[in-house]
Write a protein that binds this ligand. Structure first.
Ligand SMILES: [Zn+2]
Length: 136
C-alpha cells in the first residue's frame, strides 16, 4: 500500500501543540515552580523558526511511518483499497457524525468486490452514490 499521502504532511496546529509541550517541559525542568513563565516561554517558542523546524521534522518523521495522521489539514474522506478489503479515513469534521457518515454507508454498499486498482484515493458521495476520486 502507499503511504505517500502522509509523507511530510504535518498540520501547523500539531506543530504548535508539540512545540508548546516540549518548551514548557524544558522550562519547568529548570524552574519547576514557575508555570506562568513556562507558559510565556512556550508561546515564544511557537514562533521560533529553528525550534519549529526541528519539531516539524520530528512530526513529519512520525507522519511518514503512519504514526501521526495529518487530520487537521485533511478535509476529504480517503479510502484505502486493499486486496483483502478497504478502510475509510474520515476527516476531522466528520468525527461528530461518524456512526451515521453517508460516505461510510455508501462505501459499504458499493465496495462488495475486490477492487481493480489498489491504493489510497479521495472519495465521497454524489446523490448517495459512492464516488472514488484522485489517488493520494
Ligand atoms: Zn465520514
Amino acid at each position: 500500500m502507499s503511504n505517500d499521502h502522509r509523507s511530510g504532511q504535518v498540520a501547523a496546529a500539531d506543530v504548535d501543540l508539540a512545540v508548546r509541550a516540549a518548551a514548557r517541559a524544558a522550562y519547568l525542568r529548570s524552574y519547576p515552580a514557575d508555570t506562568t513563565r513556562a507558559d510565556e516561554y512556550a508561546e515564544r517558542m511557537v514562533s521560533d523558526g529553528p525550534y519549529r523546524a526541528d519539531m516539524t521534522a520530528v512530526l513529519a518523521a512520525l507522519a511518514a511511518v503512519g504514526r501521526l495522521m495529518p487530520v487537521d489539514e485533511e478535509t476529504t474522506h480517503l479510502v484505502q483499497l486493499r486486496e483483502d478489503g478497504w478502510t475509510l479515513q474520515h476527516p476531522l469534521s466528520c468525527r461528530p457524525t461518524l456512526f451515521t457518515c453517508e460516505v461510510n454507508q455508501a462505501a459499504t454498499l458499493a465496495l462488495t468486490e475486490p477492487p481493480a486498482t489498489l491504493g489510497v484515493f479521495e472519495c465521497g458521495t454524489d446523490g448517495g452514490r459512492f464516488v472514488i476520486g484522485a489517488a493520494r
